[in-house]
Design a protein around this ligand. Sequence first.
Ligand code: ADP
Ligand code: DP6
Ligand code: CO
Length: 364
Amino acid sequence: MAAAVDESQKWVLMVTAQTPTNIAVIKYWGKRDEKLILPVNDSISVTLDPGHLCTTTTVSVSPAFTHDRMWLNGQEISLAGGRFQTCLREIRSRACDVHDKEKGIKINKKDWDGLHVHIASFNNFPTAAGLASSAAGFACLVFALGKLMNVKEDQSQLSAIARQGSGSACRSLYGGFVKWIMGKDDKGTDSLAVQLADEKHWDELVIIIAVVSSRQKETSSTTGMRDTVETSLLLQHRAKEVVPKRILKMEEAIRNRDFTSFAQLTCTDSNQFHAVCLDTCPPIFYMNDTSHRIISLVEKWNCSEGTPQVAYTFDAGPNAVMIARDRKTATLLLQKLLYTFPPNSDADLNSFVLGDKSILKDAG
Ligand code: ADP
Ligand code: DP6
Ligand code: CO
């Protein structure tokens, strides 16, 4: 005999959000508290334009769901890791009444504890390859859950929750130039992101990303920075002596749209971050030969022009993020890259993404 259908179990409420990734120009590397994800220094990033490298996440709730589940790029993943649980718990504890009149659904604040969510997330760019998938991913997750559960917290409070999913994620809650303030409090309440300048500020900059390899990196950012904190003396010097001064200079460069200073600070900070990785025991190699060739190409060009035309920065992976001072320079840069790394040759780059409201161009 067929079981009677319980009409009260039939509804599903869904929210979809899209969040761009962000690329740090002054890097976060090293935690002073692993569990709360509190960093050893401030960091500054640029959030890419929406629709380029981004995560799309749909969160849904239904009384028919028996436990929380998540699919990443079409494959079910375990939510058992502390970070997902923390984000879910923090958002659930702030959930409010939800009343969807059209669908006739009413969820009271106190009902959320007994309801389960299903999460489906897609990255339109390589996952765990040094293009900040954890940043776009956790920012999008926290934002979407917050919308679903009618959480009233503002962006900066949401950023402190996203931070506990992945540190870099707190910066993706805002567009434009964003600073993650490391904070002083050991509970982490003041470790959050603030917007330094919105997306319209300095909009002549063009970001080009050269995907050198879309393979998953061998050392995750979390493991890499844990090893660095445990073994690198250079990190202590960087966090205490170098970054605090650099942060002030970077804020000034951004405020004044001073590309010379911006490019010098960006490149030198990327190089110091990779030096810190080399200073780790055992050493971590995130960049490869192609990454090094890209650095040389940009350095030689900048030197021959007398002033920087392009800044480069590499996260925890071999892929290059280049920031050109304007559109004309970006076109020249693409030409130089295509000349040096011809399509369908051994030195071929996987693809380019032009970060200024434009195209994904397959070079291969
Ligand atoms: P990346 O350089 O891409 O940020 P990380 O090592 O920092 O690499 O983080 C990769 C991890 O981030 C993945 O293993 C996964 O746990 C998490 N992640 C990636 N994409 C998403 C997503 N869309 N939603 C939630 N978590 C994600
Ligand atoms: C090199 O934020 O991915 O991209 O906090 O452990 O999740 P966890 O690490 P993650 O580290 C990012 C490191 C970086 C620099 C940066 O984004 O600032
Ligand atoms: Co990451």
